[in-house]
Design a protein around this ligand. Structure first.
Ligand SMILES: [Zn+2]
Length: 311
């Protein structure tokens, strides 16, 4: 069935954390001069990232993640490894690896991990989106210094969206790893599990990497069967979320359960069970009698769970 014209104008992906990126990437105009021209722009701003943390400047009672070139150089950011994220209304936005460990930063600069920046809302949604783009791209550069074909050195090109081998000239491109995250439902119940590393009392949608040669729907069905022993009928896409740990794209779906007897993968899951709609609404409201909860509102799992519970 063709459903485009029934879809909401603000699609669900716009409401998840890391989705607020407003940078105009201008991908079609990236070339060997992009970074030099961007750095020469007087309004150029840089994000500085190191060891899974962003440098944040204390400003007006809040945090500012952007630095001008002089500030970045003072903080010994690796401007030689800078990437161009694109252009905001006020000028180019770039990102560079930090050169100083957290304990050597001046008092006015904090190095804060991405997860805390996201869960505590320390920067605005557009900056959080830019941070996801920067973190994923810089993580890729850090692990692709050598050619996967011949083993020689590669160098960054096209504003940081390509690495080229200096020996065999092979081009290498940034990776995005797709993960399916799915809420399995019946008319009145949904299936959620607890990973071993979850915060106390938290249950969430099941998830797993999409494998080569697999459709999104096939991955949703395989993962749900492997993790919970539930076979799925219909599968529909709901929303997606950039997830910079380090370069994942979460693809959120709903799956229709064909059986209700759970056979959990106890190696991956500490628990997995059905929840009634009323119980899930209590978990979303923070009023569950047993203290159970769902992931916070920036997480795509939260939006899958809420969309089903309120449907
Ligand atoms: Zn090579």
């Amino acid at each position: 069935m063709f459903r485009l014209f029934d879809a909401p104008e603000r699609e669900p992906s716009q409401f998840v954390g890391f989705a607020g990126n407003r940078i105009d990437r201008q991908a079609e105009s990236r070339d060997g001069n992009s970074i030099g021209a961007a750095l020469a722009h007087p309004a150029a701003r840089l994000l500085i990232l190191r060891d899974g943390r962003a440098h944040l400047k204390l400003a007006d009672g809040g945090f500012d993640p952007y630095f001008d070139l002089a500030e970045a150089e003072t903080l010994r950011a690796r401007v030689d490894q800078v990437v161009l994220l694109g252009f905001s209304d006020s000028g180019p936005v770039l990102a560079a690896p930090g050169g100083l460990p957290a304990e050597q930063l001046p008092e006015s600069i904090k190095a804060i991990d991405y997860r805390s920046i996201y869960t505590q809302g320390l920067v605005d949604p557009s900056a959080l989106g830019a941070l996801a783009q920067a973190a994923s791209l810089l993580a890729w550069h850090a692990t692709h210094r050598f050619c996967g074909r011949c083993g020689h050195n590669t160098e960054s090109s096209d504003g940081g969206y390509k690495r080229v081998c200096l020996n065999c000239n092979a081009g290498h491109f940034p990776r995005t790893d797709p993960v399916a995250i799915m809420l399995t439902v019946t008319q009145e119940k949904c299936l959620m599990g607890r990973g071993r590393h979850f915060a106390p009392g938290m249950y969430s949608a099941l998830a797993g990497f999409i494998e080569p040669g697999e459709t999104i729907e096939a991955a949703v069905r395989r993962e749900t069967f492997e993790e919970a022993g539930i076979r799925l009928g219909r599968v529909v896409y709901h929303a997606s979320q950039p997830w910079p740990f380090p370069h994942t794209l979460m693809i959120g779906c709903f799956g229709e359960a064909l059986n209700e007897d759970i056979h959990p993968d106890t190696w991956e899951l500490e628990d997995c069970r059905w929840f009634s709609r009323a119980e899930v609404l209590d978990m979303l409201a923070g009023s569950h009698a047993g203290g159970l909860c769902v992931p916070p509102s920036g997480a795509i799992a939260h939006h899958l769970i809420r969309a089903w519970a309120e449907s």
